[in-house]
Design a protein around this ligand. Structure first.
Ligand code: GDP
Length: 473
């Protein structure tokens, strides 16, 4: 790498080392001082750059207020399984293919746009909060509005509550879509009442949350839902500057047999153009083509538009942020730096560094945080309520437990992603984590503690809160 940076032949660098009595082969690691010595021996001027400078100026280029214009809202649909998330996404898309495009072939690229009253709305096409939170866990906030689907022939269910908590943790406003109102056993009023228990107060009940009765099956209410989304978007006053280089987030990415790496990105600000050099996560590439959600090549992608990007050298990960750089050397420098960081992190993890309640607590203290976020999963609702109540009582003026989410059932991957984004520890009472959750927790360094006696659980949390947790039990 050093040879390459100096535009010298690797063999010459190796020879240089040999003259110094050192046997080196390409790929061996040398420290910065040695590198500097070699570089000056070869007649190059060395400029030391801090690692942290490498990404300097890549993201969050400030915009002037007067350059900002309105942009479409980005919407994620969340809710309990079988309440109709996928059906609703399909119904919206089929009913509202952009004007003049009726009958056009739709491509599933991970997100799509529809037009309503001359305005665009972007939908993330992967239903559920797993995708939503996974993205947030990677530092990308991709959603402006969450549509919470609740089936009117069912009731508020565990994943409904999870979705509410995920949206809240992200500070994203919720619009309630009461679905399946075509069914004769539908009871929308019951849904509204149940939501009250979770502090979702819809307009009819005197609150501020918009709610719409819909049927993904008949298409009833879908126009109203879109209007509600536009209304909410107006309140949010979403803006971006289209006249600058693009920044955004990767929605999904895959290796296509014919086209190579294909990433669907959501442009969040700026305008993405073919020919530009894009860096996303550990990968980069020169944009060969941009393809929209109808499979057509487009000349540009303005804010809130999802497009497939062709021309990347590898597949980035969903949730990776992307930006545009001036030249290939910069793109290489950034991605090589990130790959190195990722390797170092993997090595460190392997060395068995584990987060613990104590470490977490002291980090929180250093950060001046007064709340101890927890996710509680238990076997039955009764015990969870007892734990919640006991933990509520624990706090004092300085610090208190904050329950980000609690529910009955095994610890799932979704709990882990929520823990990651909210900085919470996970507590399992008479339940275990499933395999995916264990793996995700391992990767993200999230602590999961198991208990079967409420007293012990409360005692540990209490001890952690006072910074005196006894060593591993
Ligand atoms: P998801 O798991 O939330 O994505 O739910 P799906 O979209 O897969 O829907 C679950 C089931 O409910 C499917 O059998 C759908 O056909 C049905 N369904 C969804 N929306 C409606 C609706 O508005 N009315 C009726 N009658 N059935 C619906």
């Amino acid at each position: 790498e050093l040879a390459q940076r100096m535009s010298e032949r690797a063999v010459d660098v190796v020879k240089f080392f040999m003259k110094q009595g050192q046997i080196m082969k390409p790929g061996d690691v040398i420290d910065a001082d040695t590198a500097e010595l070699v570089a000056s021996e070869f007649g190059h001027t060395v400029k030391r750059v801090a690692e942290s400078d490498i990404e300097e100026g890549l993201f969050n280029i400030p915009d002037r207020e007067e350059d900002l214009v309105s942009r479409p809202p980005v919407v994620t649909i969340m809710g309990h399984v079988d309440h109709g998330k996928t059906s609703l996404l399909d119904a919206i898309r089929n009913a509202h293919v952009q004007s003049g495009e009726a009958g056009g072939i739709t491509q599933h690229i991970g997100a799509y746009q529809v037009e309503k009253n001359g305005q665009q709305i972007t939908f993330i096409d992967t239903p559920g909060h797993a995708a939503f939170t996974a993205m947030r866990a990677r530092g990308a906030q991709s959603t402006d509005i969450a549509v919470l689907v609740v089936a009117a022939d069912d009731s508020v269910m565990p994943q409904t509550v999870e979705s509410i908590n995920h949206a809240r943790a992200a500070g994203v406003p919720i619009i309630v879509a009461i679905n399946k109102v075509d069914k004769h056993e539908a009871n929308p009023q019951k849904v509204r009442t149940q939501l009250l228990q979770h502090e979702i107060v819809v307009e009819e009940m005197g609150g501020e949350t918009l709610d719409v009765e819909v049927s993904a099956k008949t298409g009833a209410g879908i126009d109203k839902l879109l209007e509600a989304i536009l209304l909410q978007a107006e309140i949010l006053d979403l803006k971006a500057n289209p006249d600058r280089t693009a920044e955004g987030v990767v929605i999904e990415a895959r290796l296509d047999k014919g086209r190579g790496p294909v990433a669907t990105v959501l442009v969040q600000t700026g305008t993405l153009l073919p020919g530009e050099i894009l860096v996303a996560g550990n990968e980069w590439g020169r944009v060969r083509a941009l393809v929209n959600d109808r499979g057509e090549q487009v000349k540009e992608a303005p804010p809130a538009m999802p497009v497939e990007v062709l021309g990347l050298q590898g597949t980035p990960q969903a949730g990776d942020r992307f930006a545009i750089v001036n030249n290939e050397a910069r793109a290489r420098e950034i991605t090589e730096y990130r790959q190195r960081l990722a390797r170092d992190k993997a090595v460190a993890k392997h060395a068995g560094q584990r987060g613990s309640l104590e470490q977490m607590m002291s980090q929180l203290q250093q950060a001046g945080t007064k709340e101890f976020p927890l996710i509680i999963k238990g076997d039955v609702q009764g015990s969870i309520e007892a734990i919640d109540a006991a933990l509520e009582k624990l706090g004092n003026d300085e610090v208190r437990a904050r329950i980000v989410h609690s529910g009955a059932g095994a610890i799932t991957e979704s709990d882990v992603t929520l823990a990651e984004t909210s900085g919470a520890a996970i507590i399992g009472f008479n339940v275990r984590a499933n395999a995916q959750a264990r793996q995700a927790a391992e990767q993200a360094d999230i602590e999961i503690r198991y208990y079967n006696i409420i007293y012990n659980l409360v005692d540990d949390v209490k001890a952690a809160m006072s910074g005196m947790l006894s060593p591993e039990r």
